[in-house]
Write a protein that binds this ligand. Structure first.
Ligand SMILES: C[S@@+](CC[C@H](N)C(=O)[O-])C[C@H]1O[C@@H](n2cnc3c(N)ncnc32)[C@H](O)[C@@H]1O
Length: 502
């Protein structure tokens, strides 16, 4: 493995100019299908997405020091459902991408082959540029009947052939340097050689070369890589090696060290997020990864869009590299977490007036207020509360046996069931009441549910709790060791709490 890549620590470039095409430095809260429809055609330069995978799992989020566990659902039960969900979104993403733009789709072995076919259909097969294999980790539990799956796939498509790209150069390793084994003793130092054969078929480079000693060198099948003039120049500079059958070119260690070598599509030098960078968001991607993609496929001031932006890694990388950015996420909590990250890490101010003046950033369409939540129908309130906790609402609203939703745990030991892993056995119940004060009888009823279902933890959501209800929650814990976490709407809505928990 090479040296570990780090996000650029260089001083941030000058603040980028806002775009006149579209509002930038904005986080939109909402389903990206709706949000993308509001954007004009051909308006962004680079898109990176990292949608929830088709892994039939629920991700667990560790909310900061309290280690309060919440989860958000990876809702796509089948590959077809996942592709059906992603296709209209990718059509919209293709529409908003500029002609010179690039699109990176981060996925893994679960669905990467289906995603590739879908994107071939949307972008055109010829617009597929590469599949980046990102080796996430070298560790892994030993498995006896397979190889550890340690890599993600990042599929790179462009909208046309006129796309922006800057090769990614890396320093030579000691092994690379050791291949420079020849030296003419003329002061140019060690060199290696490579054939001057054309990799493609270039008819105009098919000629017989006559060297300075008058020897004839017939063209290789696909032609030479150099014109006759350039070949002569190289020979007079003593940069050619005449073998038995063909001609090779010398390349010197000193020149290669100055340029570096181009990184391939196999990325093994970026470890998963750890240390200070880690926010506890389960699928947070490393800044170094986004840094690399953004540098390769955009220029300063270009607009970077992440339509599934989680805790905002792409936005932070874009901001640090002097790009404009737009973020979209359906989860209000994710939007709050990334806003805090932009404030803390990028020292940006979240301020409408400042943003209008071309600085700072804003969050749009954060959905709920306490007042609005009091007015909506009970089933909508239930859905809101359950989704806010990262749970899955109960499908049946009548006869729900006292459970409005469930939080599933990823750390649960998976059971093998009909060929796929079933994580569904380890869960916490959620009970929701659209009431100002939940009383003792409501808590008694929920305790009965927890006893019946044999759950060690449960969540209750309402606008408030009577003193009796709070006392009973304490007494229940003492009697049974089971915990009821009583959350208020204010606590869920309150940005301060979300930040404290993030
Ligand atoms: C895998 S996470 C992205 C992590 C991100 N790359 C990072 O480094 O933090 C996927 C995100 O997509 C969001 N999401 C799922 N469905 C969405 C939708 N329809 N519209 C917008 N965001 C969505 C989820 O809320 C989640 O935050």
């Amino acid at each position: 493995m090479g040296k570990k890549a780090k996000p650029s620590s260089k001083k941030k470039p000058k603040a980028s100019k806002p775009s006149s095409l579209v509002d930038t430095r904005v986080i939109y809260c909402g389903d990206n299908l709706d949000q993308l429809k509001k954007l004009p055609d051909n308006c962004v330069d680079l898109i990176y997405i990292d949608p929830p995978f088709n892994s039939n799992r629920n991700y667990e989020v560790f909310w900061g020091e309290t280690r309060e566990k919440r989860s958000f659902e990876d809702r796509h039960a089948s590959t077809q459902a996942y592709i059906d969900f992603m296709r209209p979104r990718c059509v919209e993403l293709h529409r908003v991408l500029k002609k010179t733009g690039s699109f990176y789709y981060h996925c893994d072995w679960h669905a990467s082959h289906y995603v590739k076919v879908m994107l071939d259909q949307i972008f055109g097969e010829n617009q597929f540029q590469n599949e980046i294999i990102w080796q996430r980790t070298t560790a892994g539990k030993p498995i006896y009947r397979n190889l550890p799956k340690n890599a993600d796939s990042i599929l790179w498509f462009t909208k046309s052939n006129q796309y922006i790209f800057t090769p990614i150069m890396q320093p030579l390793t000691e092994d690379d340097k050791a291949t420079f084994a020849s030296d003419d003793g003329d002061g140019r130092g060690p060199y290696n050689t490579q054939p001057i054969i054309n990799p493609g078929d270039r008819p105009n480079l098919k000629y017989t070369y006559t060297d300075l000693k008058g020897r004839k060198w017939p063209s290789p099948k696909t032609g030479w890589r150099f014109s006759e003039e350039r070949m002569r120049q190289a020979e007079s500079e003593n940069r050619l090696v005449f073998g038995q059958k063909t001609i090779r070119e010398k390349y010197y260690l000193s020149e290669r060290e100055a340029k570096g070598k181009q990184l391939s599509n196999i990325w093994t030098d970026i470890p998963i997020v750890s240390g200070e960078e880690k926010l506890g968001y389960p699928t947070q991607k490393p800044l170094a990864l986004l840094d690399r993609i953004i540098k390769a496929s955009s220029n300063e001031n270009d607009i970077v869009l992440d339509a599934f932006c989680g805790c905002g890694t792409a936005l932070v990388a874009a901001e640090n590299l002097g790009r404009q950015w737009i973020g979209i996420d359906v989860s209000p909590t994710a939007c709050k977490v990334m806003a805090k990250r932009l404030r803390d890490v990028c020292k940006m101010r979240q301020d409408e007036a400042l943003w209008r003046a071309g600085r700072g950033f804003i969050v749009r369409d954060l959905p709920w207020t306490k007042e609005k939540l009091r007015e909506i129908p009970p089933f909508e309130f239930e859905n809101w509360a359950v989704y806010s906790l990262g749970g899955i609402p109960n499908k049946t609203k009548v006869g729900d046996m006292g459970i409005d939703g469930r939080i599933f745990l990823v750390s649960a030991t998976p059971k093998k069931k009909e060929g796929h892993l079933d994580f569904m056995d380890d869960w916490y119940p959620i009970q929701v009441k659209q009431k100002d004060k939940v009383g003792r009888p409501d808590i008694d009823a929920f305790e009965a549910v927890m006893m019946r279902e044999d759950r060690r933890k449960g969540f209750f959501v309402s606008f408030g709790y009577s003193a009796d209800a709070t006392r009973e929650i304490g007494a229940f814990f003492k009697r049974t060791g089971k915990t009821i976490i009583a959350l208020t709407v204010k606590e869920i809505l309150d940005e301060q709490i979300a930040m404290k928990l993030a």
